[in-house]
Design a protein around this ligand. Structure first.
Ligand SMILES: [Zn+2]
Length: 157
């Protein structure tokens, strides 16, 4: 009769006990999803799925983007220090912040939508600057109506 137990000679009686707690610091790029949050170590490499819509991103898709972004996290309780003294907050935040490099994908249709959004934001900012310059140049407040419309459009986007 065969037994699955290891032989008594191979057990190290001085070995540290195995932990039941799983560490977030796994292999390079590993991550875990816990309560709708992605948790990992210094580096997280997400699979080839769009982070916006969840669509599968093919590596050969030239319009899709593989983004490598440096993220920082400060404990929310640290934000209370802003109320006391913001220089103290800056020091504590710089000393206690956690950093991570996350690599994720954005599909081609979401990239297109993002490019269009930046195009409209740039256009509206140009209109705002133009209206302010026109109001200063003509010394009349009427171009400020266009400025308000552009600001409203910027808020709506
Ligand atoms: Zn997408």
């Amino acid at each position: 009769m065969a037994s699955n137990d290891p032989p008594v000679d191979s057990i190290n009686p001085f070995a540290s006990p195995e932990s039941m707690v799983q560490s977030h610091r796994g292999k390079h790029g590993d991550f875990q999803i816990s309560e709708k949050k992605i948790m990992g170590g210094k580096s997280i490499v997400l699979p080839l799925l769009c982070v916006t819509c969840g669509e599968v991103v093919r590596e050969e898709d030239e319009l899709a983007a593989r983004v490598k972004k440096k993220l920082t996290w400060v404990h929310p309780a640290t934000m209370l220090l802003i109320l006391l003294a913001w220089p103290l907050f800056l020091v504590v935040a710089l000393l206690t912040q956690k950093r991570c490099i996350a690599t994720y994908s954005i599909c081609s249709s979401c990239c297109r939508k993002r490019r269009q959004l930046w195009y409209w934001i740039g256009l509206l900012l140009a209109v705002i600057v133009g209206m302010v310059a026109l109001a200063i140049w003509l010394e009349t407040p009427w171009p400020l109506i266009g400025l308000l419309i552009a600001l409203l459009a910027l808020i709506v986007i």
